[in-house]
Structure formats: C-alpha cells, structure tokens
Design a binder for this molecule. Structure first.
Ligand code: ADP
Length: 269
C-alpha cells in the first residue's frame, strides 16, 4: 500500500471556497516549502480552518484535523495500544498518521489541550522532525511532506490557558481577523446566495456587536454566525428572526446587551 492510498479519506477532493484577505496563500506556501510549522491566531469563526483546508487542497496534501480539548491526552495524538481478540495492537493517533504518511496535521484550538499533552509536538517542530512513540518503543522520522499547523484564539488567552513560550517559539505565525466588510459581504453572498446588499446590512450589525467586545461581550459576531444568519435569510426567514437566532442568542444572555443588539436589528431591517 502506498502512502497516498493510506490517507485517501483525508484528501480534499473539491476546491474549498476560500476568499483570501491578504498575502496569506503565498506566505503559507512559502512556509510549507520549508516545512515550517505554522500557527494561525484569530477569533473563533474568522476563517482559520477554512484557510487550512484550502491550503491542504492547494498543496495536494491530506489533512488530519484534531479539535483539541482539555480531556485530550498525548495518547489521543500519538496513539495507543488496543486490546482485541488477537491480543494487543498499536493504533497510530492522528499526529502519528500524519507524520508517517506525509499529511498536514491541524491541531485546532491547541490551547484547549493540557500543556503536558502538547509537548509531544516539540520534536516534530525542529530540525529533527521526529516523533518518539515511547509506549511503542519507536522513533518516527516525519515524512518529507508532513507539516504541523495549529490554531488558537488569543481572545481566550489567560495565564492558565496559554501556550508555553517554548511551544510558541517553534512556529511561524499568521494573525487572522474578521474580514473587511466588502470581503465579508462577498463571502456571505458566495456561501449562502444572499443578496450582497442584505449581506452588508448583516455585517453592519456584526460591526456594532464587535465594538461591544470587552464591554459585555467576550467575542464579537463571527463570520461563521453571519453565514448562519445569511443562510436562514436566503431560505426566506425574516431578518429579525434570523438575526436573533443566529447572531444574538448564541452570543449573550445579558439583557442589556440583548436589548442593544435588538435595537440595532430594528434599525437595520
Ligand atoms: P475558524 O476556524 O476561524 O473558527 P472557520 O474557518 O470554520 O473559522 O470559518 C467559519 C465559516 O466562515 C466558514 O465555514 C466559512 O463559511 C466562513 N469563512 C470565513 N472566512 C472565510 C474566507 N476567507 N473564505 C471563505 N469562507 C470564509
């Protein structure tokens, strides 16, 4: 079996729609040419994962994505021994599969994982490009096409939940943010079929909410939520219902903030 076949389920067959915001495609390509590890920072729902999918497609690499969480252990990344009827058998985790077979491994929201689980990535990020499987007694030399990509949201950063400097300093980094209004309108129109004029009104609402970040809202309205609202409207839902359901209620339980957003919705639609 060749490596390409092994990860065929992880190949991205159709070009994902990705609207660039700046030079990120060329910059990521340059980082990949050198197989440098990449960190993508930015608020939730601003296009980080879509960008990684697009780059994996463009570079023709399979993509293994791991949504990190606090219960994740190093074994969830590297693999573990399993018991079955024939005895024990080793099962590679996604990081090991990617390193062995030459995929891009994307660790989404890496700060959610405990630091002791993430140190396993260190030897893969320097010139050694190795992954020790201590429990199996194997040292993997990463495939030449392997690349490690991580994302995180600096907004959630706290002293307890931050990447160790020793981890951060192993990555090149991209800073992402919500797209500018005209680009975001283009994305909404393309993703949902909504009229661009209506898309701009939704974005007006998002901009008011984004100004409330740090003043009652932890996070602004993401592009992802705008896509939800726009798709409900494109299917004929009244703007007020769509906005409430996709943009207000997911974001806040605070009565004052709700009232402010409701007021903005009334003014816009
Ligand atoms: P993140 O990984 O930053 O949380 P995603 O990449 O999942 O966010 O983006 C959320 C949604 O927003 C995507 O599913 C897509 O519909 C839309 N989106 C955001 N930015 C872009 C972009 N630049 N091009 C195309 N779609 C985008």
């Amino acid at each position: 079996m060749n490596h390409g076949d092994f990860l065929k389920d992880y190949r991205i067959k159709d070009e994902p729609y990705y609207r660039p915001q700046a030079e990120e495609i060329a910059l990521f390509t340059a980082a990949y040419e050198r197989r440098l590890p990449v960190m993508i920072k930015g608020p939730t729902g601003c296009g980080k994962s879509r960008f990684v999918e697009y780059m994996a497609w463009r570079l023709g690499r399979p993509l293994l994505t791991v949504a990190c969480n606090e219960d994740m252990t190093a074994a969830d990344l590297v693999g573990r021994w399993l018991l079955d009827s024939d005895g024990t058998r080793w099962q590679d985790g996604p990081l090991t599969q990617a390193a062995r077979h030459g995929a891009i491994c994307y660790l989404d929201e890496i700060v959610e994982a405990r630091q002791d689980s993430t140190v396993v990535i260190h030897p893969l990020t320097d010139h050694r490009r190795q992954l020790p499987l201590d429990k199996k007694g194997e040292l993997i030399q990463a495939h030449p096409d392997f690349q490690l990509v991580i994302s995180y949201n600096p907004g959630y950063q706290s002293l307890v939940k931050d990447l160790k400097p020793s981890t951060k300093q192993r990555f090149t980094a991209f800073r992402f943010d919500y797209p500018s209004a005209d680009v975001e309108a283009e994305i909404l129109a393309r993703e949902t079929g909504i009229d661009p004029g209506l898309a701009l009104r939704l974005i007006g609402l998002a901009e008011s909410a984004r100004r409330l970040k740090g003043h009652g809202l932890d996070e602004g309205i993401s592009t992802r939520l705008l896509v939800y609202a726009a798709s409900l409207m494109a299917d004929g839902m009244a703007a007020k219902h769509a906005c409430r359901m996709a943009l207000v209620d997911p974001l806040t339980d605070d009565d004052d903030i709700r009232a402010t957003l409701e007021h903005a919705i009334d003014a816009l639609f």
